[in-house]
Write a protein that binds this ligand. Structure first.
Ligand SMILES: *Cc1c(COP(=O)(O)O)cnc(C)c1O
Length: 434
């Protein structure tokens, strides 16, 4: 389209102004009728500013200076360049989402990532759904709907956002059978429940306590022993570690181990340590995956084409674990070398008048909650207005900047910023304090 045509296509002042003004006045009317408080006093309400704000997109770019790598509130994993390109291509036009190009007949959207998932995990079969919560729900419904699911009392966990195992099982239409205690569950506890269950047990569910750890007098049954009990095992490992040569992630359950142990289904997230889009992956036996595919919930939790495109490109990068650590932002940030972090911190401090101090970053996203990643951070003295006001001002910018408040100062962590982003943060901070 030429510039002339684009100018011609702009809405008229009247149309734009009327639409925005109507919406803003309607919102204000509702505020007044609902008994507007002091904060929305007529004198302090700038309806023009609010109308201007209404024209901006709500989902905005944020520069993550928190040092929390998989930050759920900030959209978890930034995508690799290859995954961004795959999304752009899928978004731009049509695709063979559900068309088999070889035969010209209807295909399956799951086919695009199944071979990669099999290759990367050693499983016989795989399916991708909307997120890991959906994967666990679907797995329990498909393998144990209308029957019992056995879970250790030490694994009746809440992941966050109201995702609680007992409630998920209820929603999946399976009856929860608790075994063991909060701190100790033994193989004999499972065996007793299976014997008492009288063939009505559809599955054993193991849920990884991602976001907390128990220490001391504790015992759980290993995945290999669970898979020996003769009932299909659903293993929710959460974060999705595909390669075992990244020392830092040794504390997370590797997907391959559960597959090798013989779990019927292993569930994990696409946007935690896998470093891809929001997605839930289920890998396992042909029979169990087929039961998931056939279940009516599969359609309700299916993955969309943009996420699928990003997922395929992300999984392809995992074929070479060393390359994945460079190409996938989440892994690269966890793996960042100290010299790079210090250089970035020094530049940020120089540009903002801040001070470099020793700090710790975190994995986030409910993975490795005890792991501290040592590194530098830049402390900004907020002046008389205080750190809370400075933080609010930076959040209001575009892009917004989100840091951490510590001891009355604003901390900016270079680990979760690229070099270019660190320069953008410096500009935003200078204009906020200057
Ligand atoms: C994070 C997590 C989930 C939920 O994954 P989402 O992809 O956020 O839906 C489920 N189970 C475990 C063990 C997790 O760590």
């Amino acid at each position: 389209m030429s510039d002339r045509e684009r100018l011609r296509d702009l809405p008229s002042v009247d149309r734009l102004a009327t639409a925005v003004a109507r919406a803003e006045l309607q919102a204000r009317r509702e505020e007044i009728l609902s008994g507007g408080d002091a904060a929305t006093d007529d004198a302090t309400v700038d309806l023009v500013a609010r109308a201007r704000d209404r024209l901006r997109l709500r989902l905005r770019r944020v520069l993550n200076a928190t040092g929390v790598v998989v930050h759920t509130n900030l959209g978890r994993a930034p995508l690799a360049v290859e995954a961004q390109a795959a999304v752009a291509t899928a978004a731009k036009g049509y695709s063979n989402l559900e068309l088999d190009l070889a035969t010209g007949t209807r295909g399956s959207r799951h086919a695009h990532v199944e071979d990669l998932l099999k290759e990367l995990t050693g499983a016989d079969s795989a399916i991708a759904v909307n997120n890991c919560a959906a994967a666990v729900l679907l797995a329990c419904a498909a393998l144990a709907g209308g029957r019992d699911t056995v879970v250790s009392r030490g694994q009746l966990i809440e992941i966050g956002g109201g995702f609680r195992i007992p409630e998920v099982l209820a929603a999946a239409g399976t009856r929860l059978v608790e075994v063991g205690t909060t701190n100790r569950t033994r193989r004999a506890d499972y065996e007793q429940a299976l014997a008492a269950g009288d063939e009505n047990v559809g599955a054993i569910l193991r849920a990884h306590p991602s976001n907390f750890r128990t220490v001391g007098f504790v015992a759980e049954v290993e995945i290999e022993a669970l898979c020996d009990l003769g009932v299909p095992v659903i293993d929710d490992v959460g974060s999705g570690v595909l390669s075992d040569d990244f020392e830092l992630l040794a504390g997370e359950p590797p997907v391959r181990r559960s597959v090798r142990a013989g779990a019927a289904l292993t569930a994990f997230s696409g946007d935690k340590l896998l470093g891809g889009p929001q997605a839930g992956l289920l890998v396992g036996t042909r029979e169990a995956v087929e039961a998931c595919r056939r279940h009516p919930l599969a359609r309700a939790v299916r993955i969309d084409k943009l996420s699928l495109a990003a997922l395929e490109a992300t999984l392809a990068l995992h074929r070479d674990p060393a390359a994945a650590r460079r190409a996938l932002p989440v892994l690269a940030m966890l793996d960042a070398d100290s010299a790079t972090l210090h250089r970035r911190a020094d530049e940020l401090a120089d540009a903002t008048g801040g001070a470099v101090l020793a700090s710790t970053a975190r994995v986030g996203g409910g993975a490795l909650p005890l792991l501290e990643l040592p590194g530098p951070a830049v402390a900004i003295d907020p002046g008389p207005a205080g750190a809370t006001a400075l933080a609010a001002q930076l959040r209001a910018g575009d892009p917004a900047v989100v840091g951490r408040i510590h001891d009355g100062r604003l901390l900016l962590d270079p680990r979760t910023l690229t070099d270019d982003e660190a320069r953008e943060v410096a500009r935003a901070v200078r204009s906020a304090i200057g």
